[in-house]
Ligand binder design. Structure first.
Ligand code: IPD
Ligand code: CA
Ligand code: CA
Ligand code: CA
Length: 266
């Protein structure tokens, strides 16, 4: 599989940040950890990985803007491109020694996501996609799962925690989905959740309250793997609105309907 120059830049940056995360994962008890809000942790490992990504990406493409979880928005003078970066997606897993975490890098050109990388260094799984070029895990082409009945599916979700404040309708959504599928999973890393849907490991996924850096790369992975995505309203405002429902064409539509079912009295 031949990668474009820009995708290579992203892969090299992700691998370098991945080596840093892997070193820190081995010594997790020695890391400095602080709280950004209730149950919202950030560690030295997040910051180190973000420093590496910022340095590598700006060296390769000076002038591109950034949206990064820890540094926030950094203006660029290029006017067309923006990196959307989560240096460690799954910090809670990481700090508990659970090897489900990833680096997520997306590139936007004129507001459109054109390239995405999600890398889980603990499992050495590298997910890549370019607009129009398909999605891959390491060198294997990805395709979303083909199941068409909700009853046969395994669906991923995100569980809101204390830091999210309002838990919204999550319990209603969960009850609706549980009643119709064969299993529900919560991995703890939204970028990996989306990568797993692209890889056909999970048939669908829904979550609300996400940020652009959690999902930008994963959205492209799913689209390029033949999947469908919408926000909770059925539109395409996922990056700004933070809600997402994903799957193949049939499962995405069915899941959207199911999560949005009104509460039924018991
Ligand atoms: C979190 C993960 C998690 C999702 C949270 C995110 P972080 O990202 O993606 O799966 O449920 O909403 O904040 O903080 O570990 O990068
Ligand atoms: Ca975080
Ligand atoms: Ca995240
Ligand atoms: Ca993060």
């Amino acid at each position: 599989m031949a990668r474009s120059a820009i995708l290579n830049v992203m892969v090299q940056a992700a691998m370098k940040a991945g080596r840093s995360l892997s070193r820190d994962f081995g010594e997790v008890q020695n890391l400095q950890v602080s709280m950004k809000g209730p149950a919202d942790y950030v560690s030295q490992a997040d910051r180190k990985a973000e420093d590496i990504l910022f340095t590598e990406l700006s060296k390769a493409r000076p002038g591109y803007a950034f949206l990064m979880e820890e540094r926030g928005l950094i203006e660029g003078d290029d006017g067309q491109h923006r990196w959307i970066v989560d240096p460690l997606d799954g910090t809670t897993n990481f700090l508990h020694g659970i090897p489900l975490f990833a680096i997520s890098i997306a590139l936007e050109r004129q507001g459109q996501i054109v390239a995405g990388v999600v890398y889980n260094p603990a499992m050495d799984e590298l997910y890549t996609a370019e607009r129009g070029g398909g999605a891959f895990m390491n060198d294997r082409r990805l395709r979303v799962a083909g199941r068409t009945k909700l009853i046969d599916t395994v669906i991923g979700c995100g569980v809101p925690h204390l830091g999210r404040g309002q838990h919204g309708n999550f319990l209603v959504e969960l009850r609706n989905v549980m009643a119709e599928v064969s299993g529900v999973r919560r991995l703890g890393s939204a970028s990996l959740d989306l990568a797993y849907v692209a890889a056909g490991r999970m048939d669908g996924f829904w979550e609300t309250g996400l940020s652009a850096w959690d999902i930008a790369a994963g959205i492209l992975l799913i689209r390029e793997a033949g999947g469908f995505i919408s926000d909770f309203a059925g539109g395409q405002n996922m990056l700004d609105g933070g809600s997402i429902v994903a799957g193949n064409e049939i499962i995405q539509r069915a899941l959207l309907k199911t999560v949005r079912k009104p509460v039924t009295p018991r």
